[in-house]
Design a protein around this ligand. Structure first.
Ligand SMILES: *Cc1c(COP(=O)(O)O)cnc(C)c1O
Length: 448
């Protein structure tokens, strides 16, 4: 225990039952005076599950420690970026060295080229890359680029897919927008929403119908190759291949939003895993090693339309930031170690199978969707293949499961419609502990 807590005496500061979460509650009350809802991102609030968000003191490996001195096995992993776990020593020390040299210059550095080269070498469809500061920005600019390149205005997105919060993409969006029942945000001009066609995920026939009739107006089809923002929903065989074929046929661009799946499902992302190549790819999360980041890249002739080479504008004060580039480079280097993805996936499969078994033993209806190192347990008897089946999950039951798991020391996303992420810091014993916790949580649900 001592090595894990780095010498801090967390066990001695553990509070008694009735006092659990007291410091988080105080900090939350104070935060609400200055921040809307006390948070900087709605998904962090516990509104969908009840209770007070945990305020975090520190994190190490697969564990996160709250201000009340409690430790949790963390399956949020900052919503995906931390594939190596928290505070990986190689990344922390590289960041310390980099910070000493200055935190931002607003001028080029070699590190931007190094990380861009690593990305180009990893993802065959990417010839040029531009770094930005968030996944939202990456998808927003990829859409602008697609519209400028094709001289068309319409885009196609899929229900329940989340692509950040740019206006055109906040139509039937996933993640927090789905959790809080505002998939169509106020403030998005109707005209922009009208330029967005919506289709059910995994339904290639509907996509074919739309593209065969409206294809010539459509700049791009944008998709998460594995949906992970309505909970994890893998693509049906042929779905991504079908989108590739249809977009080629109609001269639309295929934008794969790999902000989550990039470097998570494989070093070459979902495109490598499924053998499908995008025209433009959006990245984020893992490539920043836990610092703010986004990137988009793709075919040279398209990417060359962006300023300063072309007429499509995009810029960023802190883009390609040296600290972010450092964390990204160190992360990708570690991901190249042999067997990295195989063992991560193996442990995730073990967790998924364990959860399925516990659902069965508890006599509860559940679906555990797993792809690579991500999974979601849905409280429904229907196989979850799209937005409407994802929404059939009993979110009240999820909320109770979540609270039980928190009490058992397991930190899941405070919403049904999110993925659980594993990192290389999650060891077999952590998986076992999680399955044991789920056993007691699911049994308690069944009994009450
Ligand atoms: C997280 C996410 C985004 C948005 O990235 P931010 O960095 O939060 O702006 C976009 N697309 C997908 C698929 C994501 O999961």
């Amino acid at each position: 225990m001592e090595s894990e807590t780095g010498g801090f005496e967390f066990s001695s500061s553990l509070l008694k039952g009735e006092e659990l979460g007291r410091r988080s509650e105080e900090l939350y009350e104070e935060a609400k005076r200055y921040l809307p809802g006390g948070v900087d991102s709605p998904v962090r609030s516990f509104r969908a599950v009840g209770g007070t968000p945990l305020f975090i003191e520190r994190a190490q490996g697969c564990k996160i420690y709250d201000v009340d001195g409690r430790a949790y096995i963390d399956y949020v992993c900052s919503w995906g970026p931390l594939i190596l776990g928290h505070a990986h020593p190689r990344i922390v020390s590289a960041l310390q060295v980099a910070a000493e040299k200055g935190t931002s210059y607003g001028a080029p550095t070699e590190k931007e080229t190094i990380l861009a080269r690593m990305i180009v070498e990893a993802v065959p469809s990417i010839e040029l890359v531009r770094f930005v500061n968030s996944g939202t920005e990456a998808v927003m600019v990829a859409i602008r680029l697609a519209r400028g390149f094709t001289r068309r205005d319409k885009i196609v997105k899929f229900e329940g897919c989340y692509h950040g919060h740019a206006d055109s993409l906040l139509v039937k969006a996933g993640s927090g927008a789905l959790t809080f029942g505002i998939p169509d945000s106020l403030g998005v001009p109707a005209a922009l929403a009208r330029d967005t066609y919506l289709l059910p995920f995994n339904d290639i026939d509907r996509a074919r119908e739309l593209l065969d009739s409206k294809g010539k107006e459509i700049a791009a089809v944008v998709a998460e190759p594995v949906a992970a923002n309505m909970g994890v929903v893998p693509p049906r065989p042929g779905f991504l291949e079908g989108l590739r074929e249809l977009t080629l046929k109609h001269g639309c661009l295929l934008i794969l939003d790999e902000v989550i799946t990039g470097f998570r499902l494989d070093y070459g992302g979902a495109q490598k895993r499924y053998g499908v190549e995008a025209d433009l790819t959006c990245l984020g999360k893992i490539i920043g090693g836990g610092l703010p980041v986004g990137a988009f890249g793709g075919r040279r002739e398209i990417m060359e339309q962006i300023a300063p080479l072309g007429q499509i504008y995009q810029a960023g004060t802190l883009s390609g930031n040296p600290l972010t580039m450092t964390a990204g480079i160190e992360t990708l280097k570690l991901l190249r170690s042999p067997g990295f993805y195989e063992s991560l996936e193996e442990r995730t499969r073990h967790l998924a199978e364990g959860l399925r078994e516990e659902f069965g033993k508890a006599g509860l209806k559940g679906q555990v969707n797993q792809e690579g190192s991500m999974l979601t347990a849905f409280f429904t008897e229907k196989p979850v293949v799209d937005y409407s089946t994802a929404k059939s999950s009993d979110t009240a039951l999820y909320a109770r499961f979540f609270s039980r798991m928190i009490q058992e020391g397991i930190h899941l996303a405070p919403s049904q419609f999110e993925a659980a992420f594993l990192s290389s810091a999650h060891q077999e014993e952590d998986i076992e502990e999680t399955i044991r916790a789920a056993r007691s949580a699911l049994r308690a649900l069944k009994q009450s």
